[in-house]
Design a protein. Structure first.
Length: 127
């Protein structure tokens, strides 16, 4: 069994009206350098979105969210950001923004399995 290592994570939020600062959680991004791990889970619940922001098109929101896993993977289709290191991509994704897709503050924990930890955080924060 591996020794626990530090990881950082942030909750990805949908903020339809940034002036009101109301949001729904739509994903989790997790970085664990010891395991060379940077990944995310995204889940947009259409019913929740419709109740929360009825004028917001789910297809448009998904278009914004779909880039996040590609950035995590360093996919060339995500543009110049793909050339950054994993940690730089994590910090870029979790930087403060005033857009409809934002992240929570970064939190830290210990894990022996970052993939399992990501799934657990997603189940608690988003599902």
């Amino acid at each position: 069994m591996s020794e626990p290592c530090l990881f950082d994570y942030a909750i990805i939020r949908l903020v339809p009206n940034v002036e009101l600062e109301e949001f729904i959680n739509v994903g989790v991004i997790l970085s664990c350098p010891k395991f060379d791990f940077l990944d995310c889970l995204i889940g947009l619940n259409d019913e929740r979105l419709s109740a929360f922001a009825p004028d917001l098109d789910p297809a448009v929101v998904r278009g914004y969210l779909d880039i996040i896993p590609r950035i995590c993977a360093g996919d060339e289709s995500s543009g110049e950001i793909a050339h950054l290191t994993q940690r730089e991509r994590f910090y870029w994704l979790t930087a403060q923004r005033s857009t409809i897709i934002q992240s929570s503050p970064v939190h830290t924990g210990l894990t022996t399995d970052p993939g399992e930890t990501l799934e657990s955080l997603f189940a608690k924060a988003v599902s």
